[in-house]
Design a protein around this ligand. Structure first.
Ligand code: NAP
Length: 551
């Protein structure tokens, strides 16, 4: 009974390390690992032991006998990888390097700024060294970054990675300082003088713009803001989302575009079984949206969405998913090409909601006077650039599409961190293997730009921590700590309401309690004031218990 890796694969390679027969690839260090959309089990060498399933943080690996009809295509996708990259030429065991140890053992304190996946994987790597203590800061009172506020609510499998992060938080030497904003509550200099090293893992919090007329009309928004809205991110909970129109146009065809297209067309009763924010669920229940048009400026061969996500979208029940190739040809005969051709041949049922993947079209301007009423698209054709990469060139042939909302889904963008160098083109901090300078490091999207999947942050964090350990071993981080006073003491003196692990656990418990009553995994708190109040009540309860036991 071979196992099969399915849609929610996060590519953090925990399964690779767990597999006793080295049948999951590409493995870290192998060609293609850094850019792999997912990992694949070789059905011919898998012994069916299930070690991969236990190790997987997101429940992506299932026995082939348990595949649902929607997951069936993943059987072929796993096997096809080994047709292209035969397993026989690989080393017999997965590369698990021996645990590195500090050459100059001494107590080390590291601050990690940003409690998203990159920050938590960084903390995990650092805490393999018993000499290291890690404080993880975040401006929000809750951790997990895009796992909490980015992953779509109908991808609950992926959200299971919270279990992995929960285990990281439990490790000795780990401390949360949540609800703390560097620059507002503490300066960068105050951090630098208290820690041997600071790792910045603050992500890419802004979005890219289209720069077309009409982009600032009401009804035009970024998909990333909508993602934050339906996930209950405090910054986006008040986003004005008017779903009183039949059509939404999404510009760009990456995985975020597919996420918003699915959430806007999924039956709200299905979403009601997830942790979608209450305000979003209410709006989606009253939604008049019948069609989401996902517009890609290039052809199906260049689309940014990944094959697992395309397969997942194509297999949706209750929503018609079709492709309008715009005259483009689908080349090849792999699963991705066959799915796209099949979508292009489908005829949508007018009675059902639908997602239309439209290719070779680009927005010229958003139409409307007081709010968005539509978008003018221009047909494009593909013209190779100097490096031979097909690029979209407008043909001059235009069309108007009515729409009540236009979402630009053209990528996240990193913003400059005050005091750190910034490359405005990539929106990242220039670095060498994660080192900005000895004592200052970056991990995650602020380091490599908004690319990859949840698990990509693990290898990214490993590289950064390697650079940090190199600097420790070389003695480059000696004498940096000049201030013995603990940061928590400073924050308490300033009256900053810090949320620690107990506080976060109290928020988590309260969300789950509310969820249980409603048959949902959790009902998210979205108001920072309420989050802080819930966290503080845990502190009060803890203190009461302490004083009762000392009486
Ligand atoms: P993305 O994958 O970079 O896609 C951006 C899209 O915007 C591309 O289709 C791009 O087209 C298009 N675009 C850029 N500028 C444009 C313009 N001026 N006009 C029209 N189209 C334009 O970004 P994303 O979807 O935001 O995803 C970010 C990262 O998160 C990706 O690595 C993604 O895989 C990951 N993610 C993963 C999941 C998952 O695994 N389930 C879910 C969400 C996000 P061109 O290709 O022509 O430039």
């Amino acid at each position: 009974m071979p196992y099969v890796v399915t849609q929610s694969c996060c590519a953090d390679a925990s399964c690779v390390v767990a597999c006793p027969v080295n049948c999951i690839h590409p493995a870290p260090g192998e060609p293609g690992f850094a850019t792999a959309e997912m990992l694949y089990v070789d059905p011919r060498s898998c012994v069916g032991c299930g070690a991969c399933t236990t190790a997987c943080p997101v429940g992506a690996v299932v026995p082939d006998t348990a595949l649902t009809p929607e997951q069936e295509p993943f059987r072929e996708l796993n096997a096809a990888y080994y047709d292209a990259f035969p397993h026989a030429d690989r080393a017999p065991v997965a590369p698990v390097p021996p645990q590195r140890r500090l050459q100059r053992p001494r107590p080390v304190r590291v601050a990690v700024v940003g409690a998203g996946p990159a920050g938590l994987y960084t903390a995990d790597e650092l805490l393999r060294h018993p000499e290291v203590n890690v404080d993880v800061l975040d401006r929000l009172p809750t951790p997990y970054g895009l796992l909490r506020a980015g992953v779509a609510p109908d991808h609950q499998h992926t959200k299971q990675a919270a279990g992995l992060f929960g285990a990281i938080e439990e490790q000795p030497g780990f401390r949360y300082l949540l609800g703390v904003e560097v620059g507002r509550d503490v300066t960068r200099a105050e951090l630098a003088e208290r820690y041997d090293a600071v790792v910045w893992s603050v992500g890419a919090s802004a979005d890219r713009r289209l720069d077309v007329p009409g982009e600032d009309l009401p009804g035009s928004a970024s998909a990333t803001a909508l993602v934050g809205w339906y996930n209950g991110h405090p910054d986006h909970r008040d986003l004005a989302v008017d779903l009183g129109h039949e059509r939404v146009v999404v510009v760009g065809n990456g995985n975020v575009a597919l996420d918003v297209a699915r959430v806007l067309t999924t039956d709200p009763d299905e979403l009601a079984r997830t942790d979608v924010a209450d305000h979003a669920l209410a709006a989606l229940r009253g939604s008049a949206v019948r069609e989401v048009l996902v517009v890609g400026r290039r052809g199906p061969g260049q689309a940014s969405f990944t094959t697992p996500e395309l397969v997942g979208l194509a297999g949706l029940r209750g929503v018609d998913v079709v492709a309008d190739l715009g005259g483009a040809e689908v080349v090849g005969d792999d699963l991705r090409a066959r799915v796209l051709r099949e979508l292009a041949a489908r005829t949508p049922d007018p009675a059902r909601r639908r997602v239309v993947l439209r290719f070779l079209a680009s927005p010229l301007r958003l139409l409307g006077t007081d709010r968005v009423e539509g978008v003018e698209l221009v047909r494009t054709e593909l013209v190779p650039d100097a490096a031979g990469v097909p690029r979209a060139k407008p043909t001059g042939e235009t069309e108007t599409v009515e729409a009540g909302m236009v979402l630009r889904s053209v990528g996240y963008r990193g913003v400059a961190v005050p005091g750190l160098p910034h490359d405005p083109v990539t929106g990242t901090v220039p670095h060498d293997r994660g080192r900005v300078e000895p004592g200052t490091y970056v991990a995650g999207w602020v380091k490599r730009g908004p690319t990859g999947y949840l698990g990509t942050n693990k290898s990214c964090a490993q590289e950064t921590v390697e650079a940090l350990l190199d600097d420790l071993d070389a003695g480059l981080l000696e004498g940096r700590v000049r201030q013995a006073e603990d940061l928590r003491t400073v924050l308490d003196r300033r009256g900053v309401p810090v949320v620690d692990l107990a506080g976060w656990r109290a928020i988590d418990r309260e969300e789950r309690r509310r969820g249980e009553a409603a048959g949902r995994p959790r009902v998210k708190l979205t108001d920072p004031g309420e989050m802080l109040g819930t966290a503080a009540s845990a502190g009060r309860r803890g203190r009461r218990r302490l004083s009762a036991s000392s009486r």
